[in-house]
Design a protein around this ligand. Structure first.
Ligand code: HEM
Length: 470
């Protein structure tokens, strides 16, 4: 009680119970509702809000700069990231301290640089998979279990980038490749892993009992697939595997496999669900005018250069992708960091060392209505207005910012743009009548989110036919 009454964080707005306990926050986390809960607090208390006795959430551009970009890669990550360790190893994503992270990033970054992604082999592989996705839509009649198809697409793209020529073909071949993708995608370990994070001793003692109510994360097929792929010695020069295995880096085989498995997992749900939420929205009657303009632009580009893969120079496509990432960031949740020794002042509030601070993309993209008026409305055309362009870009936090921002950003953008081109140059997409808004509610997982119904059915109407219908 003394601590609660004398805490220097007491000046910071927030609900009264956040001074005393983190249980309300945890309750929302266990119910897959952390992001919305924190967003409601921001709407009530402003861009700086206390969410637990030692934890603060921010939603301003200044806070993003300080927490994620100061000194290059911002404040250190918290032990929350221990939950993502693979094969018992720390990867670039799970390293907590800056030096270890910087060493690993120096090895990895060049494989994800835009200049590597847009080379014919890597980009051609993505374009090939986008064409397969369109083929799958055409083959399966009009109705497509779309979320699964997009996860298969993202899975095939990322394994191409990691392991070519040993990438997967879950899109058209199915079989074992599809089984691996399903194993990673349909993960229901949120409660078990949160329990492990908050009460590690109880988790160790009770894990067998807990198993009956909350399953742990188990991905034996994916684990074996990555270990096997990492044993192949003919990986293409553009792949991550090729880079990690260079003897000069001194990584042992398990470090290499852990890094690859981490990137594989990071590249499936994120890109798959970002596309899923975006295309669901573009298929709604309220957004049909945006879909029509997108179709016009991608068809015109295809007519002008039928045989090349284009990812730049399409302003409408860019605007649709940016607005999709703004409204439906695949990682909408807080990215927690520790305030460093000596403490820091953020948004005018002094925070002692060790305070947990974070920004969540979902709120950073919505709270400043001068930059994003009518923030809950999907409107790609806001990105076409040159006025306010710098402010909008400064607040786009879907890939995070600074040295620990998403290393796969250019790969993800290329995947998204090539898939949207492949689909909207051939089809009009419409929501299936059996789908409800509740199916597409955001459901928090561990930092990423997915549609609550875990399905998304869309109708793919070949373009000429739909044009005739109008
Ligand atoms: C639309 C798709 C994607 C989104 C929205 C996204 C978003 C993010 C965000 C917000 C972070 C920071 C996480 C944190 O600080 O806790 C991150 C980190 C990361 N992402 Fe992505 N990501 C996407 C796709 C990908 C892809 C395709 C890959 C790789 C194949 C990838 C690999 C990574 C890795 C390795 C990190 C850790 C970077 C580091 O710690 O230096 N991501 N991503």
């Amino acid at each position: 009680l003394y601590k609660a009454l004398s805490s220097p964080l007491n000046r910071i707005p927030g609900p009264w119970y956040a001074r005393l306990t983190s249980l309300v926050l945890k309750w929302h986390e266990f119910r897959a509702n952390r992001t919305r809960y924190i967003h409601e607090l921001h709407l009530r208390y402003g861009p700086a809000v206390r969410i637990a006795p030692r934890e603060m959430a921010f939603a301003s551009a200044g806070a993003v700069r300080e927490i994620y970009c100061s000194g290059g890669s911002g404040f250190d990550k918290t032990e929350f990231y221990d939950l993502f360790r693979v094969y018992g190893r720390r990867t670039m994503f799970t390293t907590l301290d800056k030096d270890h992270h910087a060493r690993r990033k120096r090895i990895i970054a060049d494989r994800y640089a835009n200049s590597n992604i847009v080379r014919p082999k890597p980009l051609g592989g993505i374009a090939e998979r986008a064409a397969k996705f369109a083929q799958r839509c055409a083959q399966s009649g009009l109705l497509v279990e779309f979320q699964l198809g997009l996860h298969a697409y993202a899975f095939d793209c990322v394994t191409h980038h990691l392991f070519h020529p040993h990438g997967t073909d879950s899109l058209l071949q199915g079989g074992k490749d599809e089984a691996i993708m399903r194993e990673v995608t349909f993960d229901d370990s949120l409660q078990n892993r949160l329990f492990q994070h908050y009460w590690p001793t109880a988790h160790r003692l009770l894990h067998k009992l807990l198993y009956l109510f909350a399953k742990p994360r188990e991905t034996p097929l994916a684990d074996h697939f990555v270990l096997d792929s990492c044993n192949a010695d003919d990986s293409a020069p553009f792949t991550l595997l090729d880079r990690l295995r260079e003897p000069a880096h001194g990584l042992d085989p398990l470090d290499v496999a852990a890094e690859c498995l981490d990137h594989m997992a990071a590249g499936i749900d994120t890109t798959g669900d970002a596309l899923c939420f975006l295309m669901w929205e573009v298929s709604q009657p309220r957004s049909m005018r945006f879909q029509r303009k997108l179709q016009q632009e991608v068809r015109q580009t295809k007519a002008e250069s039928p045989s090349s893969f284009v990812v730049d120079g399409m302003p409408y496509l860019d605007a649709v992708v940016m607005e999709g990432l703004r409204c439906f960031p695949a990682i909408p949740m807080s990215l927690p960091r520790y305030v460093p020794p000596g403490g820091r002042t953020i948004d005018g509030y002094f925070l002692p060392a060790g305070t947990i601070v974070s920004c969540q993309p979902y709120s950073v993209h919505r709270i400043d209505t001068a930059v994003f008026p009518d923030p809950d409305t999907f409107n790609p055309e806001r990105w076409l207005d040159p006025k306010g362009d710098a402010e909008r870009k400064r607040l786009l936090f879907a890939f995070a910012n600074g040295g620990r921002g998403c290393v796969g950003k250019h790969l993800a953008l290329a995947e998204m743009k090539l898939l949207l081109q492949a689909v909207y140059s051939r089809f009009t997409t419409l929501p299936d009548a059996t789908m409800t808004e509740a199916d597409m509610e955001m459901s928090d997982q561990l930092i990423s989110s997915r549609p609550a119904g875990q399905r998304c059915l869309l109708r793919f109407v070949p373009l000429q036919e739909s044009e005739l219908l109008e």
